[in-house]
Each structure stands twice: as structure tokens, then as C-alpha cells.
Design a protein around this ligand. Structure first.
Ligand SMILES: Nc1ncnc2c1ncn2[C@@H]1O[C@H](COP(=O)(O)OP(=O)(O)OP(=O)(O)O)[C@@H](O)[C@H]1O
Ligand SMILES: [Mg+2]
Length: 351
């Protein structure tokens, strides 16, 4: 669920909030080097694909609408996000829609969910994504009674997400770094092979070149993942995503939710719950997900992972690692775990 603390009409304050059109990407950057052009669909095609948005096709609901499984005329299975907005939120949703289409259509990376196309038919707005068979990461960590992901799978997910974010943060995506702004475990989707792909760039902001920090009067994102520096100063940085990524690492380690409203007021926030345990081997054992198969991890890899997570969620954003550093470290952690367990070399080729 997206929370929006609009402090004032930021679009009227020069130099603060810059909508995506401001960057005039068409003029400044060559067209995307994506192999497939985004398709444009009609409302009728969306209805046909989803059996008129039937309950059987319904997958889930987020802050901006419902998501349905669909089959296009071509036979391709897709996820269709139907933007359903209350009138007061319509402007925001419309903006999110345009931003998402604009950005996603330029991006091409194995760890980002591909946008296949969109529909803007009358008042109706849909985004059509590649379908991710294994749904979102949070469900896999929290669903009761389900087989829980082992440690190598969790490391693979962390590494995939890190690579996707590192790509967004590098200038190679659209010529300037992109901040995701709503990274969380429901926005990390999983393929049949548990390859992780990041979704939902609706809140992304394109950062001006050479200026990796700028002020914004809007705080957008999801409770539990907010960078404390961003919420207190409104200064948006690439490192805000690193903080949210650190929270996801903690979810993978502990199997707990980023925010658990069933806990007492001081224990609701996962970072606050576990921060003091992360660099203390003895305490650390107590927070490891009890459902993590014991024969799938080494304490050495857990210790390295917890240490990385603790640096990602540092209060001072300048002390956090970059996403490409996270990716490198996670690769090392994966290899350390594999080596420690004496696994066959072919498992290493998984990544
Ligand atoms: N491409 C996809 N393939 C398969 N399932 C998807 C896809 N996109 C979204 N979903 C599922 O649909 C559900 C709703 O997603 P949605 O993005 O609308 O909500 P959210 O991620 O919980 O919140 P937010 O609106 O803040 O992103 C999620 O449970 C997700 O697993
Ligand atoms: Mg989402």
C-alpha cells in the first residue's frame, strides 16, 4: 500500500518536484535498446484476456488497483494491472501510469519485470506485464504451511534483486540513475526458477545527472521500508533504495514481516526489532528464520549476510553500501555458503 504525505503542491515549487516529462527523455536520450516494442491494447482485448476480470483471474490488489492473470490473443500469459482509483487519487494514479510506462518501456534487464504493453482506452488504464509464476517474495516468506525457501534460494533472490536495483541506479538504464522509491518484498516477483525480478516503478524518479540528491516535499513509499533520513529531511537519494533493500534482506534472514501490527508498539518495525542482533553471532542465531532448513546454510554466510543487512539500514545514508557493492558481496556470500556446505560445483552455475 502506498502512503503519500503530500506536504504542499510541489509542482509549483521550482527546482523541487520534477515530473517525468520535465526530463524530456525523448530529446535527450536515444530510444530504448529494448528488443520488443511495448504493445498498446484496447479495453476489449483486456476483457477478453481476463475473462471480463473474473474472480478466477484475480491475483491480488495493491495501492493502485487490482492485478489479474490474463491470456493475450497471441496466447501469451500476462499479469494485467487495472488502475482503479478514487477520484481524489486519480491525478496521482494517472501520473504513476505515465511514469511507469515511460520508464519501463526503456528498461531491459533480466532482474526487472518486463512491461509488455499498456491500455489507455477512454478512462481505463492498464499495464500489461510478463507473468511471474511464483508471485511475490513476501508470500513465499510468510505463507503458513508452505514449503519455505532454503538459504541458497533466498541468496539467489537477494542477488537478483540487488542486480536489478544496481542496474536502475546505474546510468545505463535511461542515461541517468533511477530511484525505485517503493522497493519491498511484494515488489520482488519470482519466476518458476526463483529468479527475482523487481516490479512497480510507478514511484520512480529520474535523477538529474551529476546531482544524486535533491529535495522533494513528497514522501512516497511503504511503512517499514522508509529510509529515516529521507522521511526526516525529504532528501531523496539512491541510498533510500539501499535502506529498503536492507529491510528485504532482514525479511529473508528472519522470515518476519517488515511491519508486524500484531506486535507491541516498540516491536512492530523489523529493523528496530533486530538491529542490535545483527553483528552479534550469539544473538543472531535467535533471529534466523526458524523455518529455514538447517542443512541449507552455514553460520559464516549468515553472519556475512546479517552484516551486509546492518550496513544497508544504517541511519546515515552515506555509510550504506551502493547496490553494486551489495551485489558483489551477495555473490561472495552465495559462494561462501556453497563452499561451506561442500556442494557440487554445478550449483554455483545457478547464478
Ligand atoms: N507481473 C506479475 N506476475 C504475477 N503476479 C503479479 C505481477 N504483478 C503483481 N502481481 C501480484 O499482484 C499482487 C498485487 O500487486 P500490486 O503491485 O498491485 O500490489 P503491492 O505490490 O502489494 O503494492 P503496491 O501497489 O505498493 O506495489 C501482488 O500480490 C503480486 O504478487
Ligand atoms: Mg507491487
Amino acid at each position: 500500500m502506498i502512503v503519500d504525505y503530500a506536504v504542499k503542491n510541489v509542482e509549483s515549487v521550482p527546482g523541487i518536484y520534477k515530473p517525468v516529462e520535465f526530463w524530456q527523455l525523448e530529446d535527450q536520450n536515444p530510444p530504448a535498446k529494448k528488443c520488443h516494442e511495448s504493445s498498446v491494447f484496447t479495453l476489449k482485448e483486456m476483457e477478453e484476456a481476463t475473462n471480463s476480470f473474473s474472480d478466477e483471474n484475480f491475483i491480488g490488489k495493491g495501492g493502485f488497483g487490482k492485478v489479474y492473470k490474463g491470456t493475450l490473443r497471441s496466447g501469451e500469459v500476462v499479469a494485467i494491472k487495472k488502475m482503479e482509483l478514487p477520484p481524489v487519487k486519480e491525478a496521482e494514479g494517472e501520473r504513476e501510469f505515465r511514469v511507469e510506462v515511460d520508464i519501463l518501456s526503456r528498461l531491459d534487464h533480466p532482474n526487472l519485470v518486463s512491461l509488455i504493453g499498456y491500455c489507455a482506452d477512454g478512462k481505463h488504464r492498464f499495464l500489461v506485464y510478463e507473468y511471474m509464476q511464483n508471485g511475490n517474495l513476501q508470500d513465499h516468506l510468510n505463507r503458513i504451511g508452505e514449503y519455505k525457501m532454503d538459504w541458497p534460494k533466498r541468496l539467489k533472490v537477494a542477488l537478483g534483486a540487488a542486480r536489478g536495483l544496481a542496474y536502475l541506479h546505474s546510468s545505463s538504464a535511461v542515461g541517468i540513475p533511477i530511484v525505485h522509491r517503493d522497493l519491498k518484498s511484494t515488489n520482488i516477483l519470482l519466476s518458476t526458477n526463483f529468479d527475482a525480478k523487481i516490479s512497480d516503478f510507478g514511484l520512480a524518479k529520474l535523477m538529474p545527472e551529476g546531482q544524486e540528491i535533491y529535495a522533494t516535499a513528497m514522501v512516497l513509499g511503504t511503512f517499514g521500508y522508509f529510509d529515516p533520513e529521507y522521511t526526516s529531511t525529504g532528501r531523496l537519494t539512491l541510498q533510500s533504495d539501499v535502506y529498503a533493500f536492507g529491510v528485504v534482506l532482514l525479511e529473508l534472514l528472519t522470515g518476519r514481516r517488515a511491519v508486524d501490527l500484531n506486535q507491541g508498539p516498540t516491536d512492530q518495525n523489523l529493523v528496530l526489532q533486530v538491529r542490535s542482533t545483527l553483528n552479534d553471532r550469539k544473538k543472531l542465531r535467535k533471529v534466523i528464520d526458524p523455518e529455514l532448513p538447517r542443512n541449507s546454510y552455514t553460520m559464516e554466510s549468515i553472519t556475512m549476510f546479517a552484516n551486509l543487512a546492518s550496513r544497508c539500514v544504517r541511519i546515515d545514508s552515506s555509510e550504506r553500501p551502493t547496490m553494486s557493492e551489495c551485489a558483489k558481496e551477495l555473490q561472495l556470500i552465495f559462494h561462501t555458503n556453497t563452499k561451506g556446505l561442500g556442494m557440487a560445483l554445478h550449483t554455483l552455475r545457478m547464478i
